[in-house]
Design a protein around this ligand. Structure first.
Ligand SMILES: Cc1cc2nc3c(=O)[nH]c(=O)nc-3n(C[C@H](O)[C@H](O)[C@H](O)COP(=O)(O)OP(=O)(O)OC[C@H]3O[C@@H](n4cnc5c(N)ncnc54)[C@H](O)[C@@H]3O)c2cc1C
Ligand code: SF4
Length: 524
């Protein structure tokens, strides 16, 4: 065992959207910061952009095996690298709607209110959009909340097929909008643009470091400050407390097979919603018999990950789009004239190709091959809100391995969203060659390689260590500090009391900046 030679002001565990962004916020303070990351730097190599390597071979997925509630093996679609899952994300950087912070009645039940309002997070959303170079156009999305600043960069333009779809949808009375995206693309100066607008963005690392991921935007700048240290391959096993149980005294790290011990005034957990819950549960002790800070028995419960579908709309006309993820539809986010409950959000995944399809084995349209389908498909991504159910939870088995129990809920809105998309596509008329006959049908497809285990798609994991004002119903207070352990914070997607229906990363980043300000105040 190696004793720590130094003590830190703050230890941050996990370098993804939450932990990496918090490290950036704290770096300039001069405080001694230690960032612990279980993974390594992601190697830059040709396979970064190979759909076969990434989607079929799962080259970068963790090889860890979890269990579902029946004890069946679960091969999670998640990644352990510096920058966390932002190395692979599609960089669609949405603000939650202001209504998402209040209580919302869904068909399947109530989505609970957050302890903070949208207005409290708004300044941090603006800061996060600047830090992550978000491109977008304010005023297009009919559900977008008010913002104190314009997007730092104008929206990424649609390619012709997507522009045609946007025009079709507008003619049908919808308000399609440009998805806010974190890519360092300079369309006015392509020769100098870091981003080359390729087809392997969503789900892939960026080989040319032009995606606004947390390593590039937050961790690399933070590491320029001599007070910030990053240790890779540093797996945090356990957090131990003083005899009172009121504060964390040591952070136990497994690194290259050795146990290392670190200490800090403040310890921030940011391992992703599933691993953070697992870490607190692993850290059970006589003072915290159900897990660290878990007197309420809430740690690990209320797991959410959205109701997500990938839908391929096949038409006779090819879809030669390279960078497809530019268009979104939120017209049905809160419901429709016929149905008063929220349905969700429609946008795109990166352009699917035959290799990616092979990994998910979709229903093959009669008379088509996978390659032909991929060349003719518009590949939609549909997200609806799932509700926090205490029985949907992360727990540990007798060997300490992660068990993820999940029963989907609130699915009616999602089915109606799919039906809405089908109607819209049937109604689209702009194909001059095939007219209404151009659209052949909509096929559902599980994007994840482990198609028979859809639970493995944990990309949008959140909610397992919720924040709130009541210690009986939440683990963290409104500053994301444990109600029970005075120097423990959590800043990844765990803190969400509800999941909303747009992508989670910008909210995690904005909240990390907010909590960062609170920690700085505390340390000063
Ligand atoms: C393919 C894909 C596409 C996505 N697209 C989008 C998108 O377009 N828009 C969007 O908003 N979101 C998207 N997401 C989701 C987004 O990436 C996550 O919401 C976000 O990264 C979560 O941030 P986090 O801080 O909670 O966790 P993570 O980013 O997962 O970071 C957690 C970090 O903790 C480390 N860690 C875990 N356990 C330990 C431990 N015990 N000790 C030390 N370190 C540990 C992990 O290695 C990891 O680096 C996507 C995700 C995926 C996988
Ligand atoms: S070059 Fe641009 S589009 Fe391609 S992966 Fe990088 S950021 Fe994404």
């Amino acid at each position: 065992m190696t004793q720590a030679s130094t003590h830190y002001d703050v230890i941050i565990i996990g370098s993804g959207a939450g932990g990496g962004t918090l490290t950036f916020r704290l770096a300039a303070s001069g405080k001694k910061i230690l960032l612990l990351e279980r993974g390594d730097y992601l190697r830059r190599e040709a396979e970064n952009w190979s759909t076969k390597a990434v989607n079929q071979d799962g080259r970068y997925n963790t090889k860890e095996v979890w269990r579902d509630k029946r004890g069946e093996a679960l091969h999670p679609h998640t990644n352990y690298f510096v920058g966390g899952n932002t190395k692979f994300y599609g960089a669609a950087l949405f603000r939650f709607r202001s209504e998402d912070f209040g209580e919302v009645a869904h068909h399947g039940g109530l989505s609970p209110a957050w302890p903070i309002s949208y207005d409290e997070l708004e300044p941090y959303y603006s800061q996060a959009e600047t830090l992550y170079s978000v491109h977008g156009n304010r005023g297009e999305d009919p559900t977008e909340p008010h913002a104190s600043s314009p997007y730092p960069y104008a929206a990424v333009s649609h390619e012709p097929r997507i522009q045609q779809l946007s025009d079709d949808l507008a003619a049908l009375g919808c308000k399609p909008f440009h998805v806010p995206l974190g890519v360092k693309l300079d369309e006015k100066n392509p020769r100098k643009s870091p981003c080359i607008r390729c087809a392997t963005c969503d789900g892939h690392p960026c080989l040319v470091n032009a995606k606004s991921d947390t390593q590039i935007c937050a961790i690399e700048p933070a590491l320029e400050c001599s007070n910030v240290t990053l240790l890779t391959n540093a797996y945090v096993e356990k957090l131990a407390t003083s005899s009172s149980g009121r504060e964390i005294t040591t952070v136990r790290v497994k690194r290259h097979g050795e146990l290392e011990i670190y200490t800090a005034n403040v310890v921030v957990v940011a391992c992703g919603a599933i691993n953070s819950a697992a870490l607190l549960l692993r850290s059970a002790s006589s003072k915290h018999p159900r897990g660290l800070g878990n007197g309420s028995d809430i740690v690990g419960r209320h797991y959410m990950g959205h109701v997500n579908s990938v839908m391929m709309a096949i038409s006779k006309c090819p879809n030669p789009t390279v960078f497809q993820k530019t268009l979104g539809i939120n017209d049905f986010y809160f419901g429709s004239k016929e149905w008063q409950h929220p349905m969700g959000h429609i946008s795109f995944v990166g352009k699917l190709d035959a290799d990616t399809l092979r990994a998910g084995a979709p229903t093959i349209a009669p008379g088509w091959t996978l390659d032909l389908m991929a060349r003719h498909s518009l590949d939609f991504w549909l997200t609806s809100e799932d509700l926090p159910d205490p029985e949907n939870r992360v727990s540990l088995d007798r060997d300490g391995q992660i068990v993820l129990s999940y029963q989907p809920n609130n699915e009616e809105g999602h089915s109606r969203l799919i039906a809405k998309l089908k109607d819209l596509l049937k109604g689209s008329t702009r194909c001059s060659v095939h007219g209404h006959e151009c659209h052949q049908g909509l096929f559902s497809r599980n994007l994840y390689a482990a198609q028979r285990i859809p639970l493995a798609g944990v990309a949008h994991q959140n909610g397992t260590i919720r924040f709130g004002d009541d210690p009986k119903t939440s683990v963290l207070d409104r500053n994301c500090c444990s109600h029970e352990v005075s120097n423990l914070y959590v800043v990844d997607g765990s803190f969400f009391p509800s999941s909303a229906a747009v992508n989670p990363a910008l909210t995690i980043m904005a909240n990390a900046l907010r909590v960062g300000d609170h920690i700085l105040e505390r340390l000063s």
